[in-house]
Design a protein around this ligand. Sequence first.
Ligand SMILES: [Zn+2]
Length: 104
Amino acid sequence: MLRFILHYGIHILVPIGIALVFYPDKRIKASLILLAGFLLDVDHLWAEPIFDPNRCSIGYHLLHSYLAIALYTGLLIWKPLRIVGIAFLIHMVADAVDCLFILD
Ligand SMILES: [Zn+2]
């Protein structure tokens, strides 16, 4: 239950919180872009099974690979794409927290 709350809390509340704090005049648009970080989970469609609660996504799926995470970090440098990088990195943090529960 804690795992579920943390995972979806980071996926949903952190993007909205960042939008409100850092993009106050564009909070709706910023929230939507940040929430769209969820879309990275399309790479699960190539995995078998598509969803496995005991599998750590980080380093397993293509869009959750360490190379992909390095690219998302690189997006932070260029201002127009910074918010997309933030969206993707929030997703990685949410999934990484989830992995901590698997290692237990
Ligand atoms: Zn994911």
